[in-house]
Design a protein around this ligand. Structure first.
Ligand code: XIL
Length: 333
């Protein structure tokens, strides 16, 4: 038993969790996170982001990211990198910079290339479950979402320093830099609200098709899946299949399912069903490589501090007891 053990037995690469550096001082927390019967993969929640890794131009600090990478290696867990280019959690020199197109191209190329290059040594990459490389995964794997959240919910491009300076070419600049730094790294684009058919998932499909047509490296799409209890989209599996039909792999990269507090038995029962249906969607799609929850315990969830009055979004409660949601996941695996 254990979520990762069950996921592997069912043909997936991993079941995993995000984590974050501050909570690694909690020894009971680390003990559970390190149990690779439950978690065969971890993602750093913050410490590989741009503000953490290149706070001033050309000065790189990988201290926090390295702690998470070392933990993964020690635990025999795969590691997903997170992330290379994103409009959020940027240092001010990027967010407020006034760059020419040529200068910003250089900034992105240096950032993504240095980040991916830094983790190259410990990376074993390749997680296409249709191929033999799966068998060679023995230690830490770095799967880097090369960039994140390009779209508004209506499918138009997000207005940020990257798009406003470079148009959509910033995506290929980032992906090419990552590929050059580590040819074996799996390159993902990650977004939210693309889990249902509609304008935003169509925009992502069109982007991916364009990248493929242009010969830009892209291996997978990550579905963040920050859901609300009772509102998991019914078309999720269909969307996953639309992407795998393009020859991509897909992954559920940041799953949590929040509720308006206080948690009641009825809400927890609905949450159990919701976790089951999300994990089932991945199980039903061969090219879905794994599921990552955005931390495993409500004690360290990002939800209460981000969505006022909401929480209880994860399968373990604040005192590390399994909630009904846990049984929802195991029922799908
Ligand atoms: C969140 C972290 O969990 C928080 O600690 C931080 O304050 C804000 O970012 N989508 C993403 C993640 O891609 O990087 C975000 O993580 C959650 C939303």
């Amino acid at each position: 038993s254990g979520l990762h053990t069950l996921a592997k037995a069912a043909g997936k690469l991993y079941f995993g969790s995000a984590t974050d550096n501050p909570e690694l001082t909690d020894t009971a927390y680390v003990a559970k996170l390190s149990d690779n019967a439950e978690f065969g993969q971890i993602t750093p929640g913050n410490s590989m982001k741009w503000d953490a890794t290149e706070p001033t131009r050309g000065t790189f600090t990988f201290t926090g990211g390295d702690v998470v990478a070392s933990l993964a290696e020690k635990n025999g867990q795969l590691l997903r990198g997170h992330n290379c280019v994103w409009y959020n959690q940027l240092p001010s020199w990027v967010a407020n910079g006034h760059f020419t197109a040529a200068d910003l191209t250089d900034v992105i190329t240096t950032h993504c290339g240095t980040l991916v290059g830094h983790y190259k040594g410990q990376i074993f990459l390749g997680c296409d479950q249709r191929s033999v490389v799966v068998n060679r995964i023995a230690r830490a794997t770095f799967l880097i979402p090369s960039y994140s959240e390009p779209f508004n919910d209506d499918g138009t491009w997000r207005s940020d320093v990257f798009f406003n300076t470079l148009g959509q070419s910033y995506v290929s600049i980032a992906l090419k830099a990552a590929r050059a730094a580590d040819p074996n790294a799996k390159l993902y684009i990650n977004d939210y609200n693309i889990e249902q058919t509609g304008a935003k998932s169509t925009a992502m499909l069109n982007l991916v098709k364009q990248l493929q047509a242009d010969g830009v490296p892209i291996d997978g799409v990550g579905f963040q899946s920050h859901f609300i209890v009772g509102e998991v989209p019914g078309s999720f599996q269909t969307v996953l299949e639309q992407f795998t039909a393009l020859g991509l792999e897909v992954a559920i990269t940041e799953l949590d399912i929040r509720m308006t507090l206080p948690a009641t038995d009825a809400l927890l029962a609905q949450q159990q069903k919701d976790y089951q249906s999300v994990v089932q969607a991945c199980m039903n799609v061969q090219g879905c490589v794994g599921v990552t929850i955005w931390d495993w315990t409500d004690k360290y969830s990002w939800v209460p501090s981000t969505f006022s009055g909401q929480g209880a979004a994860l399968p373990w409660d604040e005192t590390f007891n399994k909630k009904p949601a846990y049984s929802g996941i195991t029922a799908a695996l």
